[in-house]
Design a protein around this ligand. Structure first.
Ligand code: ATP
Ligand code: MG
Ligand code: FE
Length: 345
């Protein structure tokens, strides 16, 4: 099964051709430079930028594969969740090609894409497994079961972990995007320099929710710390202490969840899975407990189209396709994926 995939949900324009679990060609245009001066993604600029580069990327990928779009099995496109104006650019391109080349259209949930990046990494991987999904806008523990169904078990009650990285980086004057900046700086700091609170969710009857998470209190604690310490601020120590606290919180929840659920494979996916300390710590801890860990290479952790193609292959093989009137949505739960599929046209 050969699929052209398009991803434009945020600030990366990405196009790929995927054959089953293999990437035949891919191209990504990052908009970081355009948004950097504003300290975050500006939706209107993102849409315009996608529109400017998408045809060039499509051309590049087509040339690299030597395929005609008529030889595909389907066109997959991210349609939710994300910035609606940005998603619409990818959706318009995908629909146009689907009509021109008489290809089935498959709308893909962006987070399913992040999870499916694991299939590119381990070509033999099959459900069931646990996925720790850590991205810019989402943080959750999801059991992936037979038939590629999603069963959320825990999640953040406030900020996503990527969002926390970005906000803390801003407090520390490290700029945007914050995750990679903290990742780079933390190894030169002392992770024990400051004791920061690991956010916990209390249960009504007492005790702590085993899998749910909270990162806004941690962010506030860092802000207080920054305000309290007399200058010069030990930026590397604060970054290291913050990263250490986050990695401990995520690792603990993921281990507990995997062991409770009897899931022996753990996938870590989403932009924050690119974080080196998280990769090392969670791999070492899980391995000790007899849990196998799969983390995609960095370029398939952050937004890319290969993961969308991989999800497209799965949906197409299950006979699922989307109508040509498919629309974009800013929010959508993983458990609502079936609403994207009617009868393929
Ligand atoms: P979502 O997938 O939830 O819709 P998104 O697509 O914007 O959000 P991703 O592209 O998956 O998010 O990930 C981007 C996030 O990952 C940003 O918050 C960024 O700071 C974070 N990130 C990227 N690299 C690293 C890293 N090395 N360490 C920590 N965080 C990182
Ligand atoms: Mg991005
Ligand atoms: Fe993403």
């Amino acid at each position: 099964t050969t699929i052209l995939a398009i991803e434009t949900s945020c600030d990366e324009t990405a196009v790929a051709v995927v054959q089953n679990r293999q990437v035949l060609a891919e191209a990504v245009a990052s908009q970081i430079a355009q948004h950097q001066v504003y300290g975050g993604v500006v939706p209107e600029i993102a849409s315009r930028q996608h529109l400017e580069v998408i045809n060039v990327l499509l051309q590049q990928v087509q040339t690299a594969t030597g395929l005609s779009w008529g030889e595909l099995d389907a066109i997959a496109v991210t349609c939710a969740p994300g910035l609606v104006g940005a998603l619409n650019i990818g959706l318009a391109a995908a629909k146009t090609l689907a009509i021109l080349y008489q290809q089935p259209l498959v709308g893909i949930h962006h987070l399913e894409g992040h999870i499916c990046a694991a299939y590119l990494t381990d070509p033999h991987l099959q459900p069931p497994f646990l996925c720790l999904l850590v991205s810019g806008g989402h943080t959750s523990l999801v059991a992936v079961r037979e038939g590629q169904t999603y069963h959320p078990l825990g999640q953040t009650r406030d900020d996503a972990v990527g969002e926390a990285f970005d906000k803390v980086a801003r407090l520390l004057g490290l700029g945007y995007p914050g995750g990679p900046a903290i990742d780079r700086l933390a190894p030169s700091g002392n992770p024990q320099a400051f004791a920061l609170p690991e956010g916990k969710i209390s249960l009504p009857g007492g005790g702590v929710h085993p899998y749910d998470m909270s990162f806004s209190g941690l962010k506030t604690a860092v802000r207080r710390l920054v305000e309290k310490i007399p200058p010069p601020l030990p930026v590397a120590d604060v970054a290291a202490s913050f990263q250490y606290t986050v990695v401990q919180a995520l690792t603990r929840r993921a281990m507990r969840c995997a062991l409770d659920q009897g899931l022996t494979t753990l996938v870590v996916a989403g932009g924050v899975a690119a974080n080196r300390e998280l990769r090392q710590t969670i791999t070492a801890t899980a391995t000790q407990q007899g849990i196998r860990v799969i983390i995609p290479p960095m370029k398939y952790c952050t937004d890319n189209a290969a993961m969308i193609g991989c999800a497209g292959v799965i949906r197409l093989k299950q006979g699922q396709g989307s109508p040509l009137h498919l629309t974009s949505q800013s929010r959508m739960m993983l458990t609502d994926i079936h609403t994207l599929y009617g009868k393929a046209e």
